[in-house]
Design a protein around this ligand. Structure first.
Ligand code: AP5
Ligand code: MG
Length: 188
């Protein structure tokens, strides 16, 4: 099975959950820009200070910051055999940056898995997570903004990758194992 994979989908569609499962299945790292940013925020690093305001408001971190971070991360040893990118790319500029990073490394994407789940489902999941994990961007107002930003800036990426023949649409509803099995069989 191919191992250079992007997970696409709105907030709450299950990108992080499924990226983790697929990464274990394939023996490659799951790389989440959101997780990297959050750990920098909680460790109060310089990067954390820079990105916190964007994240708390549900806005995207500037492309220049995110692209540099991903270039470094994809250059690490554990990503040589492949990776599952969760939450990157999210803008057309990030698509171009990822193309350039991979071209420099002499490789290319194998597939872009788009998790499809409707508005009510993803909002319910995020509100439920708000009660258990307290992620600062899981408030109703910020969830609404995250979904808007996704629709404006990231949803168009499905078409771009579709035109390249890389897009694999997967139904993201149902239980976690069911979705995971759908992804594995769609990629086979
Ligand atoms: P990021 O951390 O990527 O958040 P997100 O895209 O808003 O998505 P979530 O992590 O909320 O959802 P998910 O799709 O990963 O679903 P999950 O598996 O967690 O980004 C956060 C912020 O960082 C951005 O707003 C931005 O500021 C910044 N950022 C990150 N990347 C960036 C980039 N490339 N460019 C610029 N800025 C960037 O599942 C959600 C919940 O549902 C969980 O509780 C889970 O347990 C549950 N769940 C999962 N699957 C199921 C299921 N099948 N059934 C029931 N519940 C389920
Ligand atoms: Mg996530």
């Amino acid at each position: 099975m191919s191992a250079q994979i992007v997970m696409l989908g709105p907030p709450g569609s299950g990108k992080g959950t499924q990226a983790g499962l697929l990464a274990t299945h394939l023996g490659v790292p799951a790389i989440s820009t959101g997780d990297i940013f959050r750990s920098n925020v909680s460790n109060e690093t310089e990067l954390g200070t820079l990105v916190r305001g964007y994240m708390d408001a549900g806005e995207y971190v500037p492309d220049s910051v995110t692209n540099a971070l991903v270039r470094d991360r994809l250059g690490e040893r554990d990503a040589v055999e492949g990776f599952i990118l969760d939450g990157y790319p999210r803008t057309l500029e990030q698509v171009a940056a990822l193309d350039a990073i991979l071209e420099d490394q002499g490789r290319r994407l194998d597939a872009v898995v788009e998790l499809v789940a409707d508005h009510t489902e993803v909002v319910d999941r995020l509100l439920l997570r708000a009660q258990t994990q307290g992620r600062l961007d899981d408030t109703e107002a910020v969830i609404r903004r995250r979904l808007e930003v996704y629709a404006e800036q990231t949803a168009p990426l499905a078409r771009v990758y579709g035109e390249r023949g890389l897009l694999v649409d997967v139904d993201g509803t149902g239980d976690i194992d069911q979705v995971s099995r759908r992804i594995v069989s769609a990629l086979a």
